[in-house]
Design a protein around this ligand. Structure first.
Ligand code: BG6
Length: 513
């Protein structure tokens, strides 16, 4: 099949699936709507769904925040959709969509405000036929997650007003807790108001096409599973490297650091997709059970199997950039890590003895998020040391590139043409953009749609969140006790020496394709 044929057949499949994927009439209520996320990601994502006829006819978005934005909210969102989504200003669908973008001003701790919100939403039901279905999105600072949920409960908005006919669901942004204890507390507080199947803990990595494709790659093909285990795989690496710094989020990042911000959630989610057993089906419960088994099988991580760093001044993309401690609203003696790496051992029959090296970092040389599966070498190097002395033999490496340039790559050895036997490393490549065209989806699109449909497969659940925190909390505690001499890597480099040493002592090195 040519690329165009693949594309057309993919589009046809998508089209026929659309009818099945259209949610019930509903109102999406975004708390914290004055924040960046709403304008840059959520509204563009919702509008993309509208463009594809994936939103119900009876649909309204309500932004809720403290400031009085009643006059500016809708035009501001329109601006975000145009800029962020590559959308033309005069698209007819856009005008219709923006007409259904509303704003409601209240303080998050104002009980009278919740009562007014409740009747505001009831009026929208009457006007737009949204039938009492609510998707609340808590895009607020984490300290408000429990409080807002409790107040929704106190004011009769956490459960459907009419018993079983309509639904109420709540999406909760990350970070979900800052360690095991706080995550458990938050889970208890939220579960006291909502049933687990009403809660959608979002991790936008799970909305990324390439992360979902890990499952399709593994379980939609017959040829990979037989080699996807300790008999053939030497080690696995997951890299989430960013070249950006903390982007003005000093106060947030000071409390978070690379481990809490990215490793505990995004990277551990990717790891579970790479390492899980085939689920019985692609149903939410079946997938979640298998992910949980992976996290539970990970051995406690000794602090000696971890490395961390903080960037100092350097050069990124040819531009001078400041160090972390010089960033706005960052402690000049900060001990917060902007680089976190560790080695994990999954103690089950599939993976025993196969190390998983994972890392997440700000201000590395370039942005790349990928999984590298490094295969074992052939048992005998028959091309090595002979009269041609061919020593350029490398392991096969399968790269699942999540971003940018999403795709899949297999590194193999091939004979260099000529009268001698020399081996060169070549790659077989599949690029998403080349085959399917560039996707404008930002991850939130799929997740918002799934939440409206009540499908929790791509969301974190209680036990999973607690399992990953159980692994990471002892490391955070150990790190907190030991003062590091930061900065220990230059912005624009590939991170601290101790992270390289973590692999070097096992005879390995970090790889990026
Ligand atoms: C967010 C983190 O969850 O993920 C950010 O808070 C990080 O610090 C971002 O930059 C990375 O997401 P993406 O989609 O750009 O890889």
């Amino acid at each position: 099949m040519s690329t165009t044929e693949v594309k057309t057949s993919a589009q046809q499949v998508e089209k026929s699936k659309h009818a099945e994927r259209r949610p019930d009439p509903c109102v999406v209520v975004i708390f914290g709507a004055s924040g960046d996320l709403t304008k840059r990601k959520l509204l563009p994502a919702l509008y993309h769904l509208e463009q594809q006829d994936l939103l119900p006819e009876e649909f309204v978005v309500v932004g809720v925040a403290r400031r009085d934005l009643s006059q500016t909210f809708a035009p501001d969102m329109k601006d975000g959709i145009i800029k962020g989504g590559g959308v033309e200003e005069n698209e007819p669908k856009l005008a219709k969509f923006i007409e259904r973008v509303k704003y409601f001003q209240t303080n998050f701790d104002d009980d009278a405000g919740y009562e007014k919100l409740k009747s505001f939403l009831a009026d929208l039901d009457k006007q737009y036929g949204t039938e009492g279905n609510r998707l609340f999105y808590l895009a607020v600072a984490p300290e408000y997650f429990a409080d807002i949920t409790q107040r929704l409960g106190n004011h009769g908005m956490a459960q459907p007003a009419d018993g079983s006919k309509s639904w109420v669901r709540v999406i909760i942004e990350k970070p979900f807790g800052t360690d095991l204890e706080s995550a458990k507390k938050l889970n208890n507080e939220i579960n006291a108001v909502l049933h687990e199947d009403q809660i959608f803990r979002i991790d936008h990595y799970l909305g990324k096409e390439t992360v979902q494709n890990i499952l399709v790659f593994r379980f939609g093909n017959g040829i990979f599973e037989p080699v996807w285990n300790r008999n053939y795989i030497d080690s696995v690496q997951i890299t989430a490297a960013e070249s950006i710094g903390i982007e003005g989020r000093g106060p947030f990042y000071e409390q978070a650091g690379a481990l809490r911000d990215v490793l505990q959630n995004h990277v551990m989610e990717v790891l579970s997709f790479v390492a899980m057993e085939p689920p019985d089906s692609f149903e939410s419960a079946a997938v979640r059970v298998e992910k949980l088994k992976v996290w539970k099988a990970i051995e406690p991580i000794p602090v000696t199997d971890t490395a961390r760093g903080q960037y100092g001044p350097g050069k990124v993309d040819g531009q001078d950039v400041i160090g972390y401690r010089q960033e706005d609203r960052v402690n000049p003696e900060s001990q917060t890590e902007t680089y976190a790496a560790m080695k994990l051992e999954i103690e089950n029959w599939r993976w025993a003895g196969v190390p998983f090296y994972i890392r997440a970092s700000k201000r590395l040389e370039r942005r790349v998020t990928e999984v590298n599966i490094i295969f074992k070498q052939p048992p005998l190097h028959i091309f090595k040391g002979g009269h041609d002395d061919c020593d350029n033999i490398e392991p096969n490496v399968l790269t699942l590139r999540i971003q940018p340039d999403d795709g899949i790559k297999l590194q193999i050895g091939a004979k260099i043409p000529g009268p001698t036997t020399n081996v060169a490393q070549v790659t077989m490549d599949f690029s998403y953009a080349e085959v399917f065209g560039k996707s404008s989806a930002n991850g939130y699109e799929r997740l918002l749609l799934d939440a409206m449909l009540g499908d929790g497969t791509l969301f974190a659940e209680r036990q999973g969140v607690e399992a990953t925190w159980a692994l990471m909390t002892p490391i955070l505690e150990a790190w907190a006790k030991e003062k590091k001499s930061f900065p220990n890597y230059a912005a624009g480099s590939w991170g601290p020496k101790e992270a390289d040493e973590l692999l070097a002592r096992d005879g390995r090195k970090w790889r990026v394709s």
